[in-house]
Design a protein around this ligand. Structure first.
Ligand code: FES
Length: 95
């Protein structure tokens, strides 16, 4: 199965995301907890900024403004990788 590498820039941690898998779940499977709550793209707890790469939301209306999307913000509970990614969040922890 195709997979992509995700680097959490501030922490220097890296994990793999399988094609179509949510970034949040992939992180969890790698022992990394990104803060989350609803896991359906509405609460914004998991909010991250994409610095490098291409991600795709798995739902039509993630809770982000057009400006936020243009600035690279994503909700990793409902987003998957379309290339290798570099993501910025302050709220990631080793499980
Ligand atoms: S956990 Fe609620 S938007 Fe991602």
């Amino acid at each position: 199965m195709r997979s992509y590498s995700v680097l959490l820039v501030k922490q220097g941690w890296r994990f793999q995301v399988n094609h179509g898998q949510s970034i949040l779940i992939a992180a969890q499977e790698a022992g990394i907890r990104i803060n989350s709550s609803c896991r359906n793209g509405s609460c914004r707890t998991c909010y991250c900024q994409l610095q490098v790469g291409q991600a795709r939301h798995l739902i039509d209306w993630p809770s982000l403004s057009r400006e936020e999307k243009e600035e690279g913000y994503i909700l990793p509970c409902v987003a998957t990788a379309e290339s290798d990614l570099e993501l910025v969040t302050d709220y990631a922890f080793k499980i």
